[in-house]
Write a protein that binds this ligand. Structure first.
Ligand code: AMP
Ligand code: MG
Length: 329
């Protein structure tokens, strides 16, 4: 089935980004730098941002790009990392110069206002470094709402025997779709029909520091869930939920950072994918995610995404487990 989704060039850009991130991994060019916030960044993050920004410059040059990585960080990086970025980008743009690459990356400093693209070139960098799950996440936001979202997950498999690599794309009102990394047929994504919380599978961060493990265990007890939570990195979790391979996706601010606010590039593409696959996405207080507040979801606390039938039940359980406030702020 051909979904005739808008922005086919953005799908090609995600495939190109996956070639680049895989090249970095296969060539062992994964030396990590620590950013100012102590989070890791690698040549793959910069190279993937460069190839997506190059595609946007060609196909939609007047719409700002808001991307996670910063050209100044790469400028200050060790020469080996800079060389790895150049080598990786040249898998897609064989004649790219260092100046081209720096200019593409710097395009990601756009303002998150009105209509803009938002990019996490490597979501789940810690998973990428472990050889586990990661995603390149691109989305279009228009007046605070996500209208298009795409995720390239090079290490994810949805079906037994399929080669690793999933490209998942959604457009508002046009459904959610998945294909392999090579151009091929698209299949529609649908959430799971499970409505018994005891059978629900919870999808959560692999990294303990990115979520609140005790709260998730408490919620699982209140729900009577017998299945162990599935731990994996990045928005690949949203792809599993959209594909019916999990029912509840939770982001609960860590115990030590109760005021943590989600970055827009960590949620935009995945949230639309789940909605278009028939699921429901809110924050932990049941409010819709508001992408009009700058670089973070400043008005939302955490995220709850479900297959739909379980949503209200989980919101009640969050209150019973003491994770949801009586009244949203
Ligand atoms: P995940 O793999 O689902 O844990 O998501 C990875 C994303 O978590 C990264 O891209 C970070 O932006 C984000 N992150 C980093 N620190 C935190 C934190 N303390 N709480 C929640 N998310 C975080
Ligand atoms: Mg991220």
């Amino acid at each position: 089935m051909n979904p005739t989704l808008p922005y086919p060039w953005a799908v090609d850009a995600l495939r190109a980004a996956a070639r680049v991130t895989r090249a970095v991994q296969q060539a062992h060019m994964t030396q990590a730098l620590a950013k100012a916030d102590h989070s890791p960044v690698t040549a793959a993050d910069f190279a993937a941002q460069a190839v997506i920004a190059a595609a946007l410059a060609k196909h939609d040059p007047h719409t700002p790009l808001v991307a996670e990585e910063d050209a100044a960080t790469l400028e200050a990086a060790p020469p080996a990392v800079q060389r790895h970025v150049l080598l990786a980008v040249r898998h897609v743009h064989p004649r790219a110069t260092w100046r081209d690459i720096m200019a593409w990356i710097a395009q990601g400093h756009g303002a998150p206002r009105g209509r803009f693209w938002v990019l996490d070139p490597v979501d789940g960098t810690k998973g990428f470094l472990r050889g586990a799950q990661y995603a390149t996440a691109l989305a279009l936001v228009e007046d605070g709402k996500v209208t298009w979202g795409g995720l390239a997950c090079p290490n994810l498999t949805l079906a037994d025997h399929a080669p690793p690599g999933v490209l998942a794309v959604a457009a508002r009102g046009r459904g959610a779709w998945a294909a392999g990394m090579q151009p091929g047929p698209w299949k529609p994504l649908h959430v799971s029909p499970v409505d018994d919380p005891r059978e629900a599978r919870i999808l959560r961060s692999y990294e303990a520091a990115h979520t609140h493990g005790d709260a998730i265990r408490q919620l699982a007890r209140v729900l009577g869930t017998s299945r162990s939570p599935v731990r994996l990195d990045s928005q690949a979790k949203y792809v599993l939920l959209a594909a019916g391979q999990g029912e509840i996706y939770l982001r609960i601010p860590p115990r030590l950072q109760p005021n943590y606010r989600e970055k827009i590039w960590d949620q935009a593409a995945g949230a639309l994918l789940v909605e278009e696959a028939g699921g429901k996405v809110t924050d932990l207080d049941g409010c819709p995610l508001d992408f009009s507040q700058g670089l973070t979801l400043a008005r939302n606390r955490g995220v709850l995404a479900t297959n739909g039938p379980l949503h209200t039940l989980v919101l009640h359980a969050l209150r019973r487990a003491g994770i949801r406030r009586e009244r949203p702020a």
